[in-house]
Structures are given as C-alpha cells and as structure tokens.
Design a protein around this ligand. Sequence first.
Ligand SMILES: [Zn+2]
Length: 249
Amino acid sequence: MKKIKIKIAQLGYIPFPISHKRITKWKSDLFDIDTTVDQYTFQMDSDIEFSGYSDHTLEKELPVQTNFDFLITITNVPLQDDFYARRLSHNRIVISLREVSDILRKENINFENYIIRNIYRYLFVYLMYGNRIPLMSEKTNFTHDDTRGCIFDFNSNKSELIYSLDKPHICPECKNKMNGKAHEKVPEYIVVKAEKEIKKIKKDVYIKLMDFVKQNPLLSIIITFLTGIFMSLLSSFLYDILKIYLLKF
Ligand SMILES: [Zn+2]
C-alpha cells in the first residue's frame, strides 16, 4: 500500500502549548504527515451553545485540501453534539481539545498522544470506507459504545479517552470488522503494523514513575530508602578500593 498522506492544521487559538513537531515527526510505515502545520483563524462567530461551532460553519472555515489524503484539524472549541471529533466533507476531520485537555492534564497524558491515536483511528476509517472519510450523516459502524482501550472506543464519556491513550490496541471485534464484510477489507499486514506502532503511543517514562509513586507511596518510600543505603554502601566500597589503589603508587 502506498503511504497515506496526512495534513495537520490548527483552527483558532489554543491557550496551552501543544507540540506540532511531536505530531509531524511521528514515524509510521503507513502514513506520512506533512511537516508544515497550517494555521487558520475563525472567520465566523460560533453558532451553537457554549461558543461552539457546528459542522455547517466548520465546513466554511476550513479550505479543501487536494494534495493530501485527509486533513486533521486541531481546535479548542466545542463541536456539534458535544463530540470530540467531527467528520466533514472532502476528507476533513476536526478534533477538539475542549474538556479533553483538562482530562489529559489530570492524567499526565500528552495532548499529542490524543491527536496521534486519532490519526490511526481515521487512517482505518479512510481505508474501510474506500479511501474516503464518511460524513457524519452517513451510517457508520467503526466504533463500539463500551470502552476497551481500543482506538475505536466511542468515548461518549470523554474522561474514558484516557484508556486508549497509553499503549492503545485494536480489539478482536474491530479486527474482525476489517475483514471486509461490512465495508472495504483492510489488509491484515496493515492491522499488524498499526498495532505495533500504536503501542508507542504511551506516557513518558518520568510520568510513569510519577504515577507509580502516586499509586504506591509506601513502596516508593521503601525503595528510596533502600536505594539510599545501597548507594552509600557502594560509594564507601568504591572509596576503599580507590584508597588501596592510590596507596600502591
Ligand atoms: Zn475495538
């Protein structure tokens, strides 16, 4: 399969740092992300409650891309029906950080993991629906309502997004769906490759350490204490060795 070409854009101001580089530099055998992130400002006022934007207005805010297979646009405004992602015409997807950013911050999950997880999700949607992103009005069946830590979790409760943002997987039912019965068949090697790659969507090591300390405070104190004793014994042993060595000369 030829690598899928993906463009990333940002729509509107995002009041916290998000590393575009971390997203565009993501290495994949399945897709290439353009290194330039296009920035767009809102030209129209919000048209739904809580200063949100409907699909109808977003359609007009974003240009149609012709050089890429699909466009992922990051924004921070509420989207229609309180979804975190909306599919627009011409293979354009809008992903919002509204509410999600607080959930991720609380769990020490990178915002970029959220975007990359969704890139894999929409890569499969694109392949399953015949190299196109289906509109929201189309009947689709690529998600499941229960949360399984799978990239196809529906996540009506946004706080459950966290389960598919640290080493997510593709659940057996979703793998079965890709056999072509309901839509286009996705070659097995693509699923295998994607599964390998999405395992790299994970929390940073120091965050994992912080989580461990939070979950096991007593054990962490004991480990710190024993490490301190071990280090002091080791340094005194090394000092004695060095002293003996220096006295010889
Ligand atoms: Zn699944």
